[in-house]
Design a protein around this ligand. Structure first.
Ligand SMILES: [Zn+2]
Length: 128
């Protein structure tokens, strides 16, 4: 999928499930061997005068460009599920949780509820 279409799909789904209204941003990242997507709460200036929480849903562009719409959609909905269930998402690289509650909500949003990438997902090779 080309990245313009990936971003448009991500923003559409994020909007549909209330993330845009809740202040979430979207970004691409590129770490060839890493995960396909992430939902992050970035705590900035936590000991300062102006602590803020930046909420960001990210997709790995290396993987997105070589996958088709159904796989990309699955990754986006997977990360949206984490965003809606903060205790199941990565916080400072804590282990992710894909238990019963995660699976139920993921399926309701239209994802598989799988803890890993969908069966047909292609992973980008690290060329560096
Ligand atoms: Zn996950």
């Amino acid at each position: 999928m080309n990245l313009k279409d990936v971003e448009a799909l991500a923003l559409e789904l994020m909007d549909r499930h209330g993330l845009i209204a809740d202040g979430w941003n979207f970004e691409f990242f590129t770490y060839p061997n890493s995960c396909a997507g992430r939902a992050e709460w970035r705590h900035n200036d936590i000991y300062g005068d102006n602590p803020t929480v930046e909420k960001c849903l990210g997709l790995n562009s290396d993987h997105m460009t070589i996958n088709d719409e159904p796989e990309v959609r699955e990754v986006i909905l997977h990360e949206i599920t984490h965003a809606l269930l903060p205790h199941t998402a990565t916080i400072n690289n804590a282990p992710k949780n894909h238990g019963y509650e995660f699976k139920q909500l993921a399926k309701r949003l239209g994802a598989t509820g799988l803890s890993c990438c969908p069966p047909n997902f292609k992973r980008a090779k690290n060329n560096s």
